[in-house]
Design a protein around this ligand. Structure first.
Ligand code: 6PG
Length: 483
């Protein structure tokens, strides 16, 4: 332990994300990094493996705290949940007013709101920061989404800016908003990530089953797509995954991997929160459900003999079909982002955050899993009109879906006819058609609600709230008059 505090920042939790983030911090000019892990063997292993980092390692939380210069700043990188609360308690006991505790895990934003409120009462700052980019991002430059107070951001901002990814000369970090805003936006990032991954998987499946191309051949298609408007990290890694051959069997690795997708829960949180906020994030929801369906082996096996279309399907013009899939993917992806930003807008309103949508798109351009070329277009759209009611209504995106929609419809029809599940493609198209519909059958739903529950309805031709006496003389009454 150091006699005088030497470290300007500390990291708690030496699993791979924590140790990589600590190494990233240590590699930046002017930083001396303190590290601590509950089991000291882990800390010792990290010190031994990365001597160049010059870590100040502690084997007790007291020593860790003593090694930090004031205002003390510690980033917690432990598995989200109870462990986070335990570490926060330990720090709160030892920190002083003005010090900063950062939670860099994937915490549920409502937990962050609760923790921030409790910690703030002690005069200590608590910042929930979403950090995206996986292990590699943590080491070389993640996208960082911090919440918390403006005061904490003043101290923390320069440190986070120094370790964040850089996109077009700008660090991928911004003060998202107060208390849980950072973790809220990270949650939406993950929801969009789920939708994007599911859409890509559907595109791959349709191409494979429609054209008979091999995973390696499809890898080339994705690599080609990555040079155009779909350019993104997820498209890039999809090509890599499809190219991979299993060393043991010589088969494409994708054919050897069990077709059951796991989830740690952030996608489900995005959907649960959207349900509470009343925001239709249908693409994200379908992506979460598609993983759930995949992970029901007993049900899937039992249903394996259910009838489907009896023709074996192949497309007549593979090149035209692949181009249709590309366009359907782009249009559906725009919908996923549009829905994700709708949820950000609703969350900001509900929780009183001043979230700059254009800045969020900017910090997602580098470092994070959903980094993509077209995020620049999102920034432009919100810069041009910060009050845009739906991203899809920005001229660039309206043009893009206008161009893509014939292909999008052909693909959804083809998938349905061939009996190939494409839940994210088709729900995105339905959402699009729902949004642009002149009249929705919601009128009938309101009629049904009024019939069985006297839930009332509004009329198209006059103000007021109405209820029909359905089983009586069917006279309409103005429900407001009855109160
Ligand atoms: C990131 C990722 C990261 C992670 C999640 C999602 O932004 O770096 O989103 O947070 O991969 O744990 O994982 P699941 O697919 O397991 O829910």
């Amino acid at each position: 332990m150091a006699d005088t505090p030497q470290a300007n920042i500390g990291v708690i939790g030496m699993a791979v994300m924590g140790s990589n983030l600590a190494r990233n911090l240590a590699s930046r000019e002017g930083n001396t990094v303190a590290i601590y892990n509950r089991s000291p063997e882990k800390t010792r292993a990290v010190v031994e493996e990365f001597p160049e980092a010059g870590f100040i390692a502690s084997e007790s939380i007291d020593d860790f705290v003593a090694s930090l210069q004031t205002p003390r700043t510690a980033i917690i990188m432990v598995k989200a949940g109870k462990g986070t609360d335990a570490v926060i308690d330990q720090l709160v006991e030892r920190f002083e007013p003005g010090d900063i505790i950062v939670d860099g895990g994937n915490a549920l934003f409502t937990d962050t709101i609760r923790r921030e409120k409790a910690v703030r009462e002690t005069g200590i700052n608590f910042v929930g920061a979403g950090i995206s980019g996986g292990e590699e991002g943590a080491l070389n430059g993640p996208s960082i989404m911090p919440g918390g107070s403006a005061e904490a951001w003043e101290t923390l901002g320069p440190i986070l800016r120094s370790i964040a990814a850089v996109a077009e000369g700008e660090p991928c970090v911004t003060h998202v908003g107060t208390d849980g805003a950072g973790h809220f936006v990270k949650m939406i990032h993950n929801g969009i990530e789920y939708a994007d991954m599911q859409l890509i998987a559907e595109a791959y499946d349709l191409i494979r089953r429609g054209t008979g191309k091999s995973p390696a051949e499809i890898a080339e298609i994705f690599a080609e797509w990555n040079t155009g408007e779909l350019e993104s990290y997820l498209i890039e890694i999809t090509a890599e995954v499809l190219r991979q051959v299993d060393a043991e069997t010589g088969k494409p690795l994708v054919d050897v991997i069990l077709d059951q997708a796991g989830a740690k829960g952030t996608g489900a949180w995005t959907v649960q929160t959207a349900l509470e906020l009343g925001v239709p994030v249908s693409g994200i929801a379908e992506a979460v459900f598609a993983r759930s369906l995949s992970s029901k082996p007993a049900q899937r096996q039992a249903a394996g003999d259910l009838p489907g279309p009896d023709t074996s399907w192949s497309v007549d013009d593979p090149d035209a079909f692949i181009e249709d899939v590309r366009q359907a993917l782009y249009a559906s992806k725009i919908i996923a982002y549009s829905q994700g930003f709708d949820e950000i807008i609703a969350g900001a309103e509900q929780y009183g955050w001043d979230i700059k949508k254009g800045d969020i798109a900017k910090i997602w351009r580098g470092g994070c899993i959903i980094r993509a070329q077209f995020l620049n277009r999102i920034t432009e759209a919100y810069d041009e009109n910060p009050d845009l009611v739906a991203l899809i209504l920005a001229p660039y995106f309206t043009d893009a879906v206008t161009t893509a929609q014939p292909a999008w419809r052909r693909i959804v029809v083809a998938a349905a006819q061939a009996g190939i599940p494409a839940p994210a493609f088709s729900s995105s198209l339905s959402y699009y058609d729902g949004l642009r519909a002149d009249r929705l059958p919601a009128a009938l739903v309101q009629g049904q609600r009024d019939f069985f529950g006297a839930h009332t309805y509004k009329r198209t031709d006059k103000d007021g709230t109405f209820h029909t006496l359905w089983s009586g003389d069917r006279t309409e009454i103005n429900a407001e008059d009855t109160h």
